[in-house]
Design a protein around this ligand. Structure first.
Ligand code: DGL
Length: 263
């Protein structure tokens, strides 16, 4: 069981930012990654639809013999993690949520900006997160429709992307935010561009590394950490696998075989 793989999924390529952190911290683990690119963007879908996709993914990973599940997607987590934990009590399940707690602790100006999907920002889970951790700071939220689609096409630098991003980040800076939460797993890929656009003293916070550490803790508690060696990561996409394979070297820094995910 220790050597069984870990299932990781996202609506698309965004979760590769989390997969990289998992592989860095847990190099002995064998990783399976499903990108539900045929249904992107999750951020504009209903919670019911996303919950249904979460169950499809979980069934697939169960069939693959996975020992743990990571929802490398904030939007899927707010919609689906509770149901998955109920339905798969045998698995360590790690979800992710915007890093409100560390951002509230880090801000000096008392203003925190959140870039995330519409689905994440409208969720009750996000509201609860603010109630719990953001009582002493001002939080400015900014949904970012359109951004995920550009990143899915491997666009991390174009003028159109920069202009869209300026429109989303501008109001946060204007409100005095000195800490910006990247609350969608696609956005860490925009860090190099964002760093060119915003002053050096503005912090960008994401949760990929924290997710990897939480996964490590849960696996260790259950004596499920692999001793290795890991098998190469395997990838599936519910849209054109060739498109995903072409983006892998850009976002994952390695080529990989991508299979078609049919469910
Ligand atoms: N990567 C996802 C997240 O972390 C969502 C992207 C989408 O809208 O599909 O929220």
């Amino acid at each position: 069981m220790r050597e069984a793989p870990i299932g990781v999924f996202d609506s698309g390529v965004g979760g590769l930012s989390v997969l990289a952190e998992i592989q860095r911290l847990l190099p002995n683990e064998s990783l399976l990654y499903v990108a539900d690119c045929g249904n992107i963007p999750y951020g504009e879908k209903t919670p019911e639809f996303i919950r249904q996709r979460c169950s499809v993914m979980a069934e697939f990973f169960e069939h693959q013999g996975a020992k743990a599940l990571v929802l490398a997607c904030n939007t899927a987590t707010v919609a689906g993690v509770a149901d998955l934990r109920r339905d798969y009590p045998q698995w360590p399940i790690v979800g992710m949520e915007p890093a409100v707690k560390p951002a509230a602790a880090a801000t000096r100006s008392g203003v925190v900006g959140v870039l995330a999907t519409t689905g994440t920002l409208q969720s009750a889970k996000f509201a609860a997160l603010l109630d719990r951790f953001a009582t002493d700071v001002r939080v400015i939220t900014q949904p970012c429709p359109g951004l995920v689609e550009l990143i899915e096409n491997g666009d991390l630098h174009s003028t159109a992307l920069r202009e869209m991003l300026e429109g989303y980040v501008g109001p946060l800076l204007g409100a005095g935010a000195d800490t910006i939460i990247l609350g969608c797993t696609h956005y860490p890929f925009l860090k190099p561009l964002l760093r060119q656009m915003i002053p050096d003293d503005i912090s960008l916070i994401d949760t990929g590394a924290a997710v990897a550490r939480q996964l490590q803790r849960l696996l260790a508690d259950r004596q499920l950490l692999a001793e290795g060696p890991a098998r190469p990561a395997q990838f599936w996409s519910s849209a054109d696998p060739d498109h995903f394979a072409n983006i892998l070297p850009v976002l994952w820094n390695k080529a990989g075989v991508v299979r078609s995910f049919e469910a």
